[in-house]
Design a protein around this ligand. Structure first.
Ligand code: FE
Length: 254
């Protein structure tokens, strides 16, 4: 399995604090069947700044530690960038790290709003030859109130990533339900862990995979896994036609 969203680099954000923490996370990931992790530290979220070159150094150093410790895990460079007006300018200046050097970039919204300039910026990101991936839209309260905003952005080409532990209920029933609503409406394309540690915010990728396959069948699970692979390789993701979220849809599992 590939995990595209993980705060495993030590001491640079609110994820792993020490190399020891990183190694513990790596071992847990391997035990869940994960063989590749995209390291995606926070960038420009008001607290942390992690530019491309720093991320590349950290990834290379942690990969050496995995080899030394015989942990069969490959780390690739990525970044979780909070949306901001100069994002594209900073991309051109080499500060933004596209996932594994390819054409996808992670874009995070503030937790309770979607800035007015979002649609324009995502359009500009596309024009630059990049594809924006909106991370954990299911945890954004504005999108939860008005899912048509997300529908509009996906319709215009954005990809979205739902977090494994949102599906398993770690963030509560409402977020769990909205996560499944997004899958039902073809408004999400990848599942990733957004793991920060091995306790409160760990991977839950296996648990989420089991839930997806039991609810939708293996084809849906394979679609998510193949999209993760496509993103690592800079290939085009599979996308079904997005639909609007049906407000009163009942799913027996809640
Ligand atoms: Fe994150």
């Amino acid at each position: 399995m590939i995990d595209l969203h993980c705060h495993i680099l030590p001491g640079i954000d609110d994820g792993a604090q020490t190399v020891e923490d990183s190694l513990d996370m790596a071992k847990q990931a391997v035990s869940e069947g994960i063989h590749t992790i995209m390291a995606t530290p926070h960038h420009k979220n008001g607290k942390y700044i992690n530019e491309k070159n720093d991320i590349l150094c950290q990834v290379s150093s942690l990969n050496k530690n995995f080899l030394k410790e015989n942990i069969p895990l490959t780390l690739l460079p990525g970044q979780e960038t909070r949306i901001y007006g100069e994002l594209l300018e900073d991309y051109r200046n080499g500060k933004i790290m596209p996932l594994n050097h390819n054409k996808y970039i992670f874009v995070e919204f503030p937790s309770s709003q979607v800035p007015r300039f979002t649609e324009r910026l995502l359009y500009d990101i596309h024009s630059e030859g990049l594809t924006p991936i909106i991370v954990h839209p299911e945890r954004n309260s504005r999108l939860m109130q008005d899912p048509d905003i997300l529908y509009n952005l996906v319709n215009k080409g954005a990809i979205t990533q739902v977090t494994a532990s949102s599906l398993t209920g770690r963030f509560g029933k409402k977020i769990k339900k909205f996560s499944f609503d997004l899958i039902n409406a073809n408004l999400t394309h990848i599942i990733a862990s957004d793991a920060h540690n091995i306790s409160g915010r760990s991977f839950h990728m296996q648990e989420a995979s089991d839930l997806i396959s039991s609810e939708y069948g293996l084809d849906m699970l394979y679609m998510f896994q193949e999209n993760a692979e496509a993103i690592v390789n800079g290939h085009t993701c599979y996308r079904d036609t997005p639909e609007k979220v049906k407000k009163k849809k009942f799913l027996g599992i809640f």
